[in-house]
Design a protein around this ligand. Structure first.
Ligand code: FMN
Length: 374
């Protein structure tokens, strides 16, 4: 009898204490309905002037039942653009376009953060104002080609930013953050992942600067810390998230010791009290030249606030990581793209629509707003 009693208490405690994808969670000032996050996804479907449209609003509103939506990367300035058809957050037209999105998501009870993006060297003169060279920490050409609208072209060697240009760059992040506030977002995520400008400063394959923004880990982390502090002056730190991908080789990236680089950076950001840390975890194929594997478990003791884990999660692996306490939320990209009602489908363990890679980037409603709900 006593055993049964204890068992019942245990089950009850487990239900209350052990979090799952479906338990609510506090992120900054927001109590989110569940721990399922729509990961940022570039879809190249903005309208004229790189401004979001009603179609974009429909797409995000369809996905509003997740605890949090992080939008696709949104360039902070014309110089931050690296792909055709990606939405910006630096003009009046774009601010108004994003307002369509935030209103539609809020009407469905969702919470939405804008991802602030500068591509750095992952661009091309045909995409830059006045045909200028893209900028980077160091003049190192990325390997490969990019899609420019004028077809696939090889990358060109970027121009290294001068030290005295950095304050203006930080200021353009701050202004973009203020624009996001005017658009009605609930917060912003700083894109410091996937080989774009802030990541190019952080990792030592792309940053050979001789000044205070290069060389040592402390110097490589300086820009991202300055940007975060500037953005937090607009939003308050508790509505600012940040995303890193310590080992992702995408965009010709690498670092001699990713755990050391990102461990230090995270330890410097931790005291600010940010909304969350969003980690794209290592895939088994990512090269790790030295140091421990910088996954969610590695960052957990270094970060007391909300932690979002990402990369190839499903219901079982997501719930296991949450139960272990190694992360507080799980973000889903491709699976969310194809399943607008992903929380409901995860609850019932499927069935899931399969993502169609042919319609990921660019196009219209097909492969965008026409994935069916259950
Ligand atoms: C179509 C597509 C576009 C993406 N665009 C972005 C982006 O704009 N910003 C970003 O940080 N990551 C972007 N990613 C990466 C995803 O957010 C995520 O890290 C990756 O897909 C792994 O998650 P998954 O296994 O759940 O798909 C994109 C991924 C996909 C599939």
């Amino acid at each position: 009898m006593q055993d049964l009693y204890l068992q019942a208490i245990e089950v009850l405690l487990t239900k209350i204490i052990v979090p799952t994808l479906f338990s609510p969670v506090q992120v900054g000032p927001y109590m989110l309905a569940n721990r399922i996050v729509m990961a940022p996804m570039t879809r190249n479907r903005a309208g004229p002037g790189n401004a979001p449209t009603e179609m974009n609003a429909t797409y995000y509103a369809q996905r509003a039942s997740g605890g949090l939506i992080v939008t696709e990367g949104s360039q902070i300035s014309p110089q931050g653009l690296g792909y055709p058809g990606t939405p910006g957050i630096h003009s009046e037209e774009q601010i108004a376009g994003w307002r369509l999105v935030t209103d539609a998501v809020h009407a469905r009870g969702g919470c939405i953060f804008l991802q602030l993006w500068h591509v750095g060297r992952i661009s091309h003169p045909t995409l830059q104002p006045d045909g200028a060279l893209p900028v980077a920490p160091t003049a190192i050409r990325p390997d490969g080609k990019l899609w420019t609208g004028a077809g696939m072209l090889p990358f060109e060697t970027p121009r290294a930013l001068e030290t005295d240009e950095i304050p203006d760059l930080v200021e353009s992040f701050r202004i973009a953050a203020a624009n996001a506030l005017a658009s009605g977002f609930d917060g912003v995520e700083i894109h410091a992942a996937n080989g774009y400008l802030l990541d190019q400063f952080l990792r030592d394959k792309t940053n050979l600067r001789p000044d205070r923004y290069g060389g040592s880990i402390e110097n490589r982390a300086r820009l991202v810390i300055e940007v975060t502090e500037a953005v937090a002056t607009v939003w308050g730190a508790d509505r600012v998230g940040i995303r890193f991908s310590p080992t992702h080789p995408f965009n010709d990236m690498g670092d001699s010791n990713p755990a050391a680089t990102f461990g230090y950076t995270v330890s410097r950001l931790a005291p600010l009290g940010l909304a969350y840390l969003h980690i794209v975890e290592p895939a088994s194929t990512d090269p790790i030249l030295a140091g421990p594997r910088p996954d969610a478990r590695y960052f957990r003791p270094r970060w007391r606030g909300p932690l979002i884990a990402n990369r190839a999660y499903d219901r079982e692996r997501g719930n296991a990581l949450l139960a272990e306490g190694a992360a507080d939320l799980i973000s889903f990209a491709a699976l969310y793209l194809a399943n607008p009602d992903l929380p409901q489908r995860l609850r019932h363990d499927g069935p899931f629509n399969l993502p169609d890679r042919k319609t990921f980037y660019g196009g219209g409603e097909a492969g965008y707003t026409d994935y069916p709900a259950l």
